[in-house]
Design a protein around this ligand. Sequence first.
Ligand code: GAR
Length: 196
Amino acid sequence: MKNIVILISGSGSNMAAIVQAAQQRRWGARFGVQIAAVVSNRADAAGLAWAQDQGIAVAVLDHTTYASRESFDAALQAHLDGYAPALVVLAGFMRILSADFVNHFAGRLINIHPSLLPAFGGLHTHQRAIDMGCQFAGATVHHVTADLDHGPILAQAVVPVLPGDTASALSARVLTQEHLLYPQAIEGWLSRASWV
Ligand code: GAR
């Protein structure tokens, strides 16, 4: 079995959607992969307990205990390398990754971002889309490159921005689509993988 490792920082709802898709859509039998581990940079990430209940290995690498971004990224890279991951999935992992880390996992490192990239990289995407008067918002799954939120796009989902929308209402509408989009994008990536 080849390994997929998922990185989270918070509630982990995208991670859960991916784990469920892997089970329901038989990624093990079809693509020879398993979700081997879930790693968080925050001990209080709610998704950790859920993943553990599923029998998935979990780990916390607390970035606040490292002296620099580079030393945290090096420790994270070493931990992930223990799984020789075929794919590293960022699912609400709220860290900027250094170029060395990104280059090490180049081609097998993907992210979901809650906007229609290349619009609204960075934070507060939903409020910024509302403030700009956007009529559509959405989410993007993309390859991670050293250029933050600018890697080649794998998949996108579009939702309308409705009159009177708040950032939280729009965020919830987008998140529902993320839960469909991310597993689908990963399945597409797997179906094109060299070993399948
Ligand atoms: C998701 O909306 C994801 O797109 C976003 O964080 C949320 C995580 O939710 N990611 C980013 O903003 C990355 N820059 P989840 O923990 O419930 O999956």
